[in-house]
Ligand binder design. Structure first.
Ligand code: NAP
Length: 233
């Protein structure tokens, strides 16, 4: 399998021990991508890689490492840590991520007795904070509305949802759209530059309200977007 006629990139997932990162690791490793789980604790990373491996059909490449080694050895780095850990994690991998695509899945969210809401972020959004902290990387925001539960469900052959892909570097957003397409059921759709990421991140609070009301794992679907249109965007 190839990515737009290029070799498949290796993926390093910081926070791959967690729900969303672990789900992406499972889906991409099953699709044939070399994946490394990155953690603050190498033992935890190794345990997560072993656990995820048991659910993957067929040959695959799934390794584990500390955060810096994970970012340094990957072609594409994914940031899948809680908002509280976003700034600290990015600061650590600034050199290791130089020149690379960094996919940021982080939703800055806060909770009170009325439910989830999007707090204000000084840089505008998590994605803009990432780009400010990693000026020599190509930050792409994606996967904000994908359910970790469905991603990790080995019995679900597809994860039927659209993924809004945002970034300031067009080639990087196209690469991430291709990475989205490798997960059966998903479409990656270009949805703007990083300065518009706050709305996309904040929409997750609305999805959480949907999930609570209807006891489900809702995703998003964009209508009237042709495959060809987003492939050439
Ligand atoms: N869960 C979802 O359905 C979903 C969907 C879309 C987007 N997201 C976004 O994806 C990100 C990860 O979500 P998640 O649900 O996968 O989170 P999670 O399971 O709570 O945490 C992911 C990993 O982050 C690492 N981490 C680093 N610093 C941390 C800290 N200070 N406190 C706690 N953990 C820390 C931990 O790995 P180590 O301890 O091994 O380092 C942990 O396993 C969030 O920003 C979220 O907004 C989540």
């Amino acid at each position: 399998m190839q990515l737009d006629n290029a070799p498949l990139p290796s993926i390093g997932i910081l926070g791959g021990t967690g729900a969303l990162g672990g789900g992406l690791a499972f889906r991409w490793a099953e699709a044939g991508l070399p994946v490394t789980i990155g953690s603050r604790n190498e033992q935890r990373a190794a345990e997560a890689a072993a656990r995820i491996s048991t659910g993957i059909k067929g040959p695959h490449s799934l390794n584990s490492a500390g955060l810096n080694e994970c970012a340094a050895n990957a072609d594409v780095v994914v940031i899948a840590v809680p908002w509280d850990a976003h700034q600290e994690t990015l600061t650590q991998i600034r050199d290791a991520a130089r020149g690379k695509i960094v996919i940021d899945v982080v939703n800055p969210l806060a909770f009170d007795k009325s439910g989830a809401y999007a707090p204000s972020v000084p840089e505008g959004s998590a994605a803009q904070q990432a780009q400010a902290l990693l000026p020599d990387s190509h930050v792409v925001a994606a996967f904000h509305h994908v359910s970790a539960v469905l991603l990790a469900d080995h019995t679900a052959e597809t994860v039927d949802t659209d993924v809004m892909v945002l970034g300031d570097d067009l080639e990087s957003t196209k690469t991430v759209q291709e990475l989205v397409r490798l997960i059966p059921g998903m479409r990656g759709i270009f949805a703007g530059k990083l300065r518009t990421a706050a709305a996309v991140e904040g929409l997750t609070a609305n999805l959480i309200a949907v999930n609570r009301r209807y006891r489900t794992h809702a995703g998003i679907g964009l209508t009237n977007v042709e495959e060809a249109a987003h492939a050439t965007a």
